[in-house]
Design a protein around this ligand. Structure first.
Ligand code: BTN
Length: 259
């Protein structure tokens, strides 16, 4: 499909009718070409869509926004890179709110509507740490039967005021640009530019009892109390305080903010 509005916001936008993974494609393209920041790849269908923690991301053809954006952060404060995934989740949350639907963020990268996941973000940093490909999927027109899990939802099911994928992508890219330039102006300091406070306000996780499962399958339960200056989730258990940079988070009780 055409993305005329999103093309106006991106610094170059390429549409692929079908591909494996836009994150993989964009990372490969960036190795061959000197891409500008905000260069964007978007597709109608992925056969090997990648999610966090080695999961897959699946959506029926033309049912969602699946895009990847190229960034070259030159932050003096290197902890800023840890905020990119959260920054993009916040951008998507703002897009959804703009479409008349209340949303919040399950740390680190899930955008929720009434406790159900409508969008996920995957930020992948290059080996030399010089660039980031940040990809996101936003479920748009899926009916309940089209969703991969019962805990997912779509803009259609949430009653959004527009189901136009071009509008959704254009708004999201604009929001990313604003938040990213604020973070860059603050030299990567998420506290100084207000991004940390934004994420605390948007968080469905802070204040919750959570179970954190790590990559090695160890898990721990505690209360999520803060997001630190590197974007890590601060979890207090009976025995200690943990700084979680990667892990699967389960909210142990229904969240009052998930409405
Ligand atoms: C997650 O929730 O685990 C993150 C999902 C990220 C999916 C998007 S879809 C576009 C981009 N290309 C990919 O292969 N993954 C991201």
């Amino acid at each position: 499909m055409e993305y005329p509005k999103a093309s106006q916001v991106a610094s170059g936008l390429e549409f692929l009718a079908e591909t494996g993974s836009t994150n993989q494609d964009l990372a490969a393209l960036a190795k061959k070409t000197d891409l500008p920041e905000f260069y964007t790849l978007v597709t109608d269908f992925q056969s090997a869509g990648r999610g966090r923690l080695d999961r897959v991301w699946e959506a029926p053809a033309a049912s969602s926004v699946m895009a990847s954006v190229y960034l070259k952060p030159r932050f003096e404060n290197t902890s800023g890179i840890g905020w990119i995934s959260l920054l993009v989740a916040e951008s998507i949350k703002r897009t959804i709110q703009d479409l008349g639907v209340s949303a919040n963020i399950k740390w680190p990268n899930d955008v929720l509507v009434s406790g159900s996941k409508v969008s996920g973000v995957l930020a992948e940093v290059s080996q030399d740490l010089a660039s980031v490909v940040v990809g996101f999927g936003i479920n748009v027109t899926q009916e309940a039967k089209d969703l991969p899990v019962q805990t997912a939802t779509s803009l259609l099911l949430a009653g959004a005021s527009s189901l136009d994928r071009d509008v959704t992508l254009a708004k999201t890219l604009s929001n990313i640009k604003v938040l990213y330039s604020e973070l860059a102006a603050a030299k990567g300091d998420a506290q100084a530019c207000g991004l940390r406070q934004q994420l605390l306000d948007s968080s469905a996780t802070i204040g919750q009892m959570v179970e954190v499962t790590f990559k090695n399958q160890d898990s721990v339960q505690g209360r999520a109390v803060d997001i630190d200056d590197s974007g890590r989730l601060v979890v207090k258990t009976d025995a200690k305080t943990l700084l979680v940079s990667a892990g699967d988070i389960l909210h142990l009780r229904a969240n009052e903010k998930d409405d």
